[in-house]
Design a protein around this ligand. Structure first.
Ligand code: ADP
Ligand code: MG
Length: 246
């Protein structure tokens, strides 16, 4: 059920209606101001302020239940804020129509989840190509980019495999290629090494680091593990819905 829900959410993130919003790369990849969010009586985000510059890698740590995933869900527009604002590539999410929000998400954000969320009936190559197809990249360019990314994540020999024929670490490397193929300004990664062994986790982190550097992509990396934040430029910590001093 969890997996199915995840796939659904992922599909929802990846797809969207066409419209004419033009997204420009901005020096500030993400701006969050006074973000508040409650579920019923429970205040989960209590006024979050956060700015991430283009190409910057920021680690987000904090105990389970402190609101990290909720913040990511608000940043990618799955959950609306109760109060405050979130700007991605200079565009305020709250001011966008549904189609515009989906376009912003599809074109300017990438996602890496703990449980990969690859589409099970598509090959590794097709999973990555699909994300490129959604933003209108031509067939020739798609093949070039996807082939090149598979080389960079070290999986050229696994491109035709279905996800369930790949190890966890390999699936996550495919998911990283998918998150980056459309060259978004911002990648959100929620515990990307949470279900991997130490060695695969380490490879995944190094890939996130090198690819985000090469492509100048900002990264917000949620992790439990202090060691994972070695790839980050800075680390912020969340506790009970608030960020505590860096
Ligand atoms: P973290 O990712 O830091 O572990 P979450 O953002 O997942 O924390 O959850 C923070 C709090 O919000 C938890 O108490 C959780 O139970 C609650 N929560 C998260 N999503 C929902 C939801 N959709 N409905 C109700 N409560 C939720
Ligand atoms: Mg979480």
């Amino acid at each position: 059920m969890r997996v199915r829900l995840g796939l659904l959410i992922n599909f929802h993130i990846l797809t969207g209606l066409n419209d004419s919003t033009k997204v420009k790369k901005n020096k500030v990849a993400l701006e969050v101001v006074g973000a508040q969010k409650s579920f019923g009586q429970v205040e989960v985000l209590k006024g979050i302020d956060l700015e991430i510059l283009a190409g910057e890698r920021v680690g987000l740590m904090g105990p389970s239940g402190s609101g990290k995933s909720t913040l990511l869900n608000c940043i990618c527009g799955i959950e609306p804020l109760d109060k405050g604002l979130i700007k991605v590539a200079g565009l305020d999410l709250t001011g966008l129509k549904q189609g515009e929000l989906e376009k912003l998400r599809r074109e300017n954000m990438g996602y890496v989840f703990q449980s990969f969320h690859l589409l099970p009936t598509l090959s590794a190559f097709e999973n990555v190509e699909f994300a490129a197809q959604l933003v209108g990249i031509t067939k020739d360019e798609r093949i070039k980019r996807v082939t090149d990314l598979f080389e960079q994540v070290g999986l050229s020999h696994r491109m035709d495999h279905l996800p369930n024929a790949l190890s966890g670490g390999e699936r996550q490397r495919v998911a990283i290629a998918r998150a980056l193929v459309h060259q978004p300004g911002l990648v959100l990664a929620d515990e990307p090494t949470g279900s991997l062994d130490t060695e695969s986790g380490s490879q995944v982190l190094e890939l996130l680091k090198s690819l985000s550097s090469n492509l100048q992509v900002a990264l917000l990396l949620v992790t439990h593990d202090h060691e994972s934040t070695r790839i980050c430029d800075r680390v912020i910590t969340m506790k009970d819905g608030s960020l505590i001093a860096e």
